[in-house]
Design a protein around this ligand. Structure first.
Ligand SMILES: Cc1ncc(COP(=O)(O)O)c(C=O)c1O
Length: 442
């Protein structure tokens, strides 16, 4: 069956090895996770250059939510390519950009008038949110969180704090970012218990920070991921997010919700923040938005707009191929009820992961929302000592058996199949994961 994996040559096969060597010779060192050389992909399945077939539980880092090469998305991009690639929508006007902006304002949370600025990546969305917040508030300071990941350009990197290697040798950062501990309940930075802690990690802002080092009148914006992504797939309790909304509102601070990884149906709702029922002021988008054609956007309260020509712009934002892809992506998500499928299959995936956690004591925690799930690997459940070596070994055993996975946090694996994934594919993936953990333990 073409919807399940099949390994004929243990990867990397001979053709893959050649390309890995060529890549290593000519491409800058970045973040390579495995010597898998993909050639084509369809739905939740990818083929490598040696003819191996994999189940893709990475979705191109949470990008191809509609599945690889969804026919409706392919058709929309092909038709647009024949019509016009690019016409500098920041300088001139075109219908697809304006229509998509209207749709984005409709699907994103917030029952108020909004506007859109198009970008080309998640980091560029975060940069736009930084600039919009400073411009509008005329304040200079920002609040970020430990474990946060918002991208690698200098502004976004200054708010990022998930791994020291991202920031090492890149100082000085943009001045004015205060990082406070995130609501990571499995490893509470204050050694408290939820819910008896009464979300102290939110209350500490007004009770400690705003009383001393950080006058709230200086703070332009707070950047949150309601489910931290790269930092370890950590869903913050809704009560924490609600508390942050109240605190930011009380102090005139713009609340920026980074949905770059968690958005577009990934968590079983259109946007992760909807699990807490609050309305952010600015939403950062990218990844799942374009099904693989690079695009991002910020969607924000209308009154925050720059309002002055030239204050902010770019060349490619809202590129027409990417806009066509995004319009088709949104239609597919609605028509095929992919948000509902994400919630449904996410529940099943979670159940299977919890069953595996019963059988394998190397799994310390299982968490996530919808099809944004993770397992955190530990040496000892009581001490919670992290086990990154075991995590890495599981990933290798998994791809050798035809399951593609990506790590997150310091010792976690994320499970993020396309939202079209079937129960049968989840079962196949969990069987491979089970076998991989057994093999990695030896
Ligand atoms: C939450 C979040 N924000 C921003 C980014 C940066 O996006 P990009 O890699 O497209 O710049 C990422 C990327 O992983 C992300 O997960």
């Amino acid at each position: 069956m073409e919807d399940l994996p099949k390994i004929t040559v243990v990867p990397p096969g001979p053709k893959a090895k050649k390309i890995v060597a060529l890549d290593t010779r000519y491409l800058a060192t970045s973040t390579k996770a495995a010597p898998i050389v993909a050639e084509r992909a369809k739905g939740a399945i990818a083929w490598d250059v040696d003819g191996n077939r994999y189940l893709d539980f990475t979705s191109g880092i949470g990008v191809v939510n509609t599945g690889h090469c969804h026919p409706a998305v392919v058709k929309a991009v092909q038709e647009q390519a024949a019509r016009m690639f690019h016409f500098a929508g920041t300088d001139f006007y075109n219908a697809p950009q304006a229509e998509l902006a209207q749709t984005l304002c409709e699907v994103t949370p917030g029952k108020f008038e909004k506007k859109v600025f198009y970008t080309n990546s998640g980091a560029e969305s975060v940069e736009a949110a930084i600039k919009l917040s400073r411009w509008t508030s005329q304040r200079k300071q920002f609040i970020g969180f430990t474990g946060a990941f918002h991208g690698r350009t200098m502004g976004a990197l200054s708010i990022t704090a998930s791994k020291a290697v991202h920031r090492d040798r890149f100082f000085p950062m943009m001045p004015g970012v205060t990082h406070i501990p995130f609501a990571y309940c499995y490893r509470c930075p204050y050694k408290m218990q939820y819910p008896s802690c009464d979300v102290w990690c939110a209350r500490i802002l007004e009770e400690v920070y705003f009383q001393g080092a950080l006058p709230p009148t200086e703070v332009a914006a707070m950047f949150i991921e309601s489910v931290q992504g790269e930092g370890g797939y950590i869903p913050a309790p809704p009560k924490w997010i609600q508390a942050m909304r109240e605190i930011t509102k009380r102090n005139g601070i713009i609340l920026v919700d980074d949905e770059v990884q968690a958005g577009f149906g990934r968590t079983g709702k259109w946007f992760a923040i909807e699990h807490s029922g609050i309305e952010p002021d600015v939403i950062c988008l990218a990844k799942g938005m374009g099904s693989g054609v690079p695009i991002g956007a910020i969607v924000f309260r209308k009154e925050l707009d720059f309002g002055v020509q030239g204050a902010h712009s770019n060349t490619y934002g809202g590129n027409l191929l990417a806009v066509a892809s995004t319009k088709a992506t949104i239609e597919v998500i609605k028509k095929e009820r992919l948000v509902e499928n994400s919630a449904k299959q996410g529940r099943y995936l979670r159940k299977r992961l919890e069953e595996l956690a019963e059988a394998h004591d190397g799994i310390g925690d299982v968490r996530g929302l919808g099809l944004m799930q993770m397992t955190e690997f530990v040496k000892d459940r009581r001490t919670k000592e992290r086990d990154p070596k075991f995590r890495d070994a599981v990933e290798v055993e998994a791809y050798r058996r035809g399951l593609l996975l990506l790590g997150c946090g310091r010792s976690g694996i994320r499970y993020i199949p396309p939202l079209i994934v079937t129960k049968r594919q989840i079962d196949a993936a969990m069987d491979i994961l089970d076998a991989s953990m057994r093999a990695a333990k030896k």
